[in-house]
Ligand binder design. Structure first.
Ligand SMILES: Nc1nc2c(ncn2[C@@H]2O[C@H](COP(=O)(O)OP(=O)(O)OP(=O)(O)O)[C@@H](O)[C@H]2O)c(=O)[nH]1
Ligand SMILES: [Mg+2]
Length: 353
């Protein structure tokens, strides 16, 4: 993950509703194609009430709306531009037009085909990147560079998959192999989910069954909502939003559902810090992250000088209502550096530098 906030890039066919989805997820209209959004977390709201510090600092997620390209246009320079534009993404969210019966080119809409076409764009961009890298690496191999030989082998293993129009994610590369390829920012290796942009009526409509089945078969999570309606709702005052949601029978708006699906896709969890006068705060880390590494996501001093993590899970904390009560009840634990942080852990790091 990037140092500060998770970056999710919206991609999809032309006119699939990327920009509308961007507005729906980031709140009404406004400028720019990159916007920071708070990650909703009721546990943080609760802790803010209990401790009443000056600030409540949610985790953040960044949504980016980028231009669409057709696979046919994706050669050389264009592919480079596409790769460069998406290179920073931690994950991709593929917006699929499920609201039109007719595609922009006049043919009957086919969401499954659209999803395949987007994946193909990623594959074509990667193929061009891998081919060009292979040419460069060949020179280093001739000069006998050891690292280059390993990279060449790996790239040659990627080639047939891409030539068969399959994303590199199917190869199941190890973390070490992915590290070797990192500088290429390969797009079809990035985790992805599907956003089914369904029609307005009836609201909350399920995604097309064929798309849901297809996404599942590819191991992709899918979230379904009407981007246009959600964008309108996101532009309203909070008090009006509730009434609007009720009118349309929407149990939960798209933003928290999409953010949850992003966390699930990347297998991220949240831990919380609380107790000081300044802030309560939520932090995103990979599941089973070591306590010492989690400390480092706050500050390198905490990682370097790590002593222990005083930990209580939110579920237990909320039964007792204070750290003191948790201590008395014996549910406040002292965890060491290898403790696997759990979702909802409230942690106070003790450190010494
Ligand atoms: N009926 C309906 N129309 C929608 C919905 N979402 C988007 N649209 C319309 O579809 C058109 C394209 O939407 P955009 O959000 O601009 O699509 P885009 O993917 O950003 O388009 P490009 O950036 O040009 O590729 C606009 O006219 C939207 O109003 C929806 O949920 N329902
Ligand atoms: Mg757009």
């Amino acid at each position: 993950m990037n140092a500060n906030a998770l970056q999710v890039y919206l991609i999809g066919r032309p006119l699939s509703g990327k920009t509308t989805t961007f507005h729906a997820l980031t709140g009404g209209d406004g400028e720019g194609h990159r916007r920071v959004t708070d990650v909703p977390d009721p546990r943080l709201d609760y802790l803010f009430d209990v401790f009443q510090p000056r600030r409540r600092t949610p985790a953040e997620i960044i949504f980016c709306d980028i231009f669409a390209l057709k696979a046919a246009e994706l050669t050389g320079r264009q592919a480079d531009r596409f790769t460069a534009a998406l290179g920073d993404a931690d994950m991709l969210a593929v917006v699929i037009n499920c609201f039109d019966e007719v595609a922009p080119d006049g043919r009957p809409a086919d969401p499954v085909h659209d999803l395949d076409a987007v994946v193909l764009e990623l594959v074509v961009a990667d193929l061009s990147a891998v081919e060009r890298r292979l040419e460069r690496v060949a020179k280093d191999v001739k000069r006998g560079l050891k690292e280059a030989i390993r990279e060449q082998e790996l790239l040659q293993r990627c080639l047939p998959t891409l030539e068969a129009e399959q994303p590199l994610s199917v190869l199941g590369l190890t973390a070490e192999e992915q590290r070797l390829l990192r500088s290429l920012a390969l797009l079809s290796l990035k985790p992805a989910l599907v956003l089914a942009n369904v029609g307005e009526a009836p609201a909350g409509e399920a995604p097309p069954a064929a798309l849901a089945t297809y996404a599942q078969s590819k191991g992709l999570r899918l979230v379904s909502f009407c981007a246009q309606l959600e964008a309108e709702i996101a532009g309203l005052e909070p008090t009006e939003q509730a009434a609007f949601l009720a009118d349309y029978g929407i149990a939960e708006p798209a933003t928290p559902r999409v953010i949850r699906a992003c966390y699930e896709t990347l297998d991220l969890i949240s831990f919380l810090t609380a107790g000081g006068p300044d802030e309560v705060r939520a932090w995103a880390v990979p599941r089973d992250c070591r306590a010492q590494t989690a400390a480092g996501s706050i500050h390198s001093d905490l990682e370097r000088g790590f002593i222990r993590a005083e930990t209580v899970n939110y579920e237990e904390f909320s039964q007792h209502g204070s750290f003191e009560a948790c201590r008395r009840a014996g549910v406040l634990r002292l965890e060491g550096k290898d403790y696997a942080v759990q979702d909802g852990d409230i942690i106070t790091f003790r450190f010494n530098v």
